[in-house]
Design a protein around this ligand. Structure first.
Ligand SMILES: CC(C)(COP(=O)(O)OP(=O)(O)OC[C@H]1O[C@@H](n2cnc3c(N)ncnc32)[C@H](O)[C@@H]1OP(=O)(O)O)[C@@H](O)C(=O)NCCC(=O)NCCS
Length: 163
């Protein structure tokens, strides 16, 4: 399979936040933002591998500022690293005040997407070919998150056996 650069998977979605996206205080639900992240991350992963994908997990999601009704929310996603059948997709969320034009970086998320073949089982994905120092850094950091996740799982599993 031909390696693909992260830029090949870059995917962007912008939505205006309306009253149905929010609670009565006018703050947009975290779930609204998470859903957008999941959708755009899925599109980025599909672009990289050319197969349907499922979300296997979300490693991390931050909410650094509230998003308000009336804001524009832009979600950008790109594949950071790939393994055999899974890919880590990094997502950046920005909220824009339509009157002032002020943009705030409100969230970062890392999702693991798994490619499914025609038989519905995980299938191999093309390698990733980072082209810039930033892309190389993202790939290294994604590997660290995966190593930590697997080490934690192993640690918990051993703790249960010993208990
Ligand atoms: C994700 C899923 C396809 C993995 O299937 P599986 O039979 O466990 O397959 P494998 O053990 O071969 O794992 C396949 C890959 O998924 C990764 N994976 C499995 N569970 C994971 C998890 N919780 N977090 C991150 N990656 C995970 C594995 O590391 C492996 O990656 P690799 O091939 O790149 O090393 C399966 O668990 C599934 O279908 N889950 C439901 C997904 C879904 O419906 N999402 C939407 C929720 S509504």
């Amino acid at each position: 399979m031909e390696p693909r650069p992260p830029s090949h998977s870059l995917s962007v979605m912008t939505r205006w936040m309306g009253p149905t996206d929010a609670n009565s205080a006018g703050n947009v639900h975290g779930g609204t933002i998470m859903r957008m992240c999941d959708e755009v991350a899925g599109i980025a992963a599909i672009r990289h591998c050319g197969f349907p994908v499922v979300t296997a997990g979300m490693d991390r999601m931050t909410f650094e500022h509230p998003v308000l009704v009336g804001n524009l929310v832009t979600v950008r996603a790109c594949v950071n690293a790939v393994w055999r059948t899974s890919m880590e997709v990094g997502v950046r969320v920005e909220s824009e005040n339509i009157r002032s034009g002020e943009c705030l970086h409100t969230s970062t998320a890392y999702l693991t997407m798994v490619a499914l073949g025609d038989d519905g089982h995980p299938t191999e994905v093309p390698p990733l070919a980072p082209e810039t120092p930033d892309e190389e850094r993202r790939q290294r950091e994604a590997q660290l998150r995966r190593d930590n996740r697997l080490a934690e799982r192993e640690h918990i599993s051993r703790g249960r056996q010993d208990a």
